[in-house]
Design a protein around this ligand. Sequence first.
Ligand code: ADP
Length: 182
Amino acid sequence: MIAHIHDATLELVQGDITEQEVDVLVNAANRHLAGGAGADGAIHSRGGPAIMRETRRRYPEGCPTGSAVISEAGGLPAKYVLHAVGPIWNDGQEQEAELLANAHRKCLELAVEKDCDSIAFPAISTGVYGYPIDQAARVALKEVIQFLNEHGKPGLVRFVLFDSRAFSQFAQVLGELVEAIT
Ligand code: ADP
């Protein structure tokens, strides 16, 4: 599913984040940048140990929730990995939406700063962190659309949804937010 926002393309696909050939892959990391299950585990296992060596050296304090830090991409088919830390869902009582939006915006800012024209996001916070997928989709897509409306880049923003349920939730929300082409 594709939507055009100014000169940029916003795309939804079902698949594996580690297989995306884009300039920047986003990792759904944790505050300690310690690796984990889900997208994080897949990125470190396919990217190799160089990624964690670099994040340990450059970011010994980890990364705050609602932000992101950059590293090389090791063996992954990308130039960089952005380790984005989404919030843990707690019934929406702890600024989760704002923190999730901030994490997405920080990734887009870092991508543009590094002259990267394509970026792929997983559905941050919707796995182990328990964020309801429909609500996460609305926050993530709104933030990306707003950024693309303001900046007109990166040229390609792709959400990579791991299963058909996540894909259809994102597709429904995108359809509500913009005129999208299926
Ligand atoms: P978080 O801790 O931020 O919730 P997870 O990695 O547990 O992060 O989950 C985030 C989302 O990524 C979930 O929707 C999960 O289904 C999905 N996911 C898991 N593995 C992959 C993968 N290899 N590629 C893309 N998405 C994945």
